[in-house]
Design a binder for this molecule. Sequence first.
Ligand code: FEO
Length: 392
Amino acid sequence: MRQIKDDIFEVGAIDWDRRLFDELIPLPDGTSYNAYLIKGSEKVALIDTVDPSKVNVLFDNLQTAGAGKIDYVICNHAEQDHSGSIGFVLEKHPCAKVVTNEKCKQMLMSLLKIEEQKFITIEDGQELSLGNKTLRFIFTPWVHWPETMSTYLVEDKILFPCDFFGSHLAASELYVKNKELVIEGAKRYYAEIMMPFRGQIKSNLEKIKDLDIGIIAPSHGPLYDEPEFIINAYKQWTSDDVVNKVIVAYVSMHGSTKKMVEHLTETLMEKGVGVLQFNLVNADIGKLAIELVDSAGVVIASPTVLTGAHPAAVYAAFLFNALRPKTKYLAVIGSFGWSGRMLEQLKSLLPNTKAELLAPVIIKGDPAGEDYKKLDELAETIKIKHREYKII
Ligand code: FEO
């Protein structure tokens, strides 16, 4: 339990050991499930809960904070790492009401089987008085589900945005201390779940811009006592700007594709283009997602397996399509033995992308003279693009 101000406490749990989220997303630095207790002069509110695996930590912290009777459980987001302990809280506090929006209510009824009479449904901008403290609910959808909202504690100028601005980071400090570490965790989190909704997140940033915010208290990672630090980072990530960087995501079976990747990388570097190689066989997919947030371009490099792309390259194309980065261009390079439909297959996996598809370089066998010339042409095209974007 950590006190933020008089009658305001962080009562969630740090999960030092968790290494995978949704059985999909790597968590190299663990995470936390932050929950907040607000003790008003007349009513007591709990903002979000914790992953059900940590419910005992929540109850211990509530006791230490002297929570007493809880009147309201505010649910900013229905995903179970925040909502999953609501049922346990309701068992202990049978008179408590769950306060949330209509969409979230429907999800909680479906996911957690909470009965409808347990809810108070609120509208965008509505306020709820706790006596000397006021909670205002601000709908901030698609960070990263459609029902997500933020809660603003008016008198204390604290914004509780749940996943929005959060970082998967287990840290003992209440507020951000190591900015470099937090920004990597926050960028990773943005990249993995929020990047597909970049336009909506821009709208949400616009929506909160006139709020007087002293503290941002997300539901993962440390709190921000300098809110501009994370707001400005989000503005940059959601902008249309890219940086001088091309991601070369590759897999090679017998070395031909690797030779192409090495040649392209060296040629791009000679031309002043920044390159990041990811061997898809053992790459940290979260790290790849982080770099997709602002890279100018992506090259997928693959050999041919059973007439199509290597499954690792298929996975990369699938992720690229799902995450919808603001990448300006995409190219496919690779090698085949006797025939192949790698290019057509990868293109079919990318219906969402608005990136320009550059001329591919698909060669037969091991690369030789003419093949390297084609790679040189691709590198030159990329350099010209980066000059056009004014990033080199
Ligand atoms: Fe932290 Fe979308 O849950």
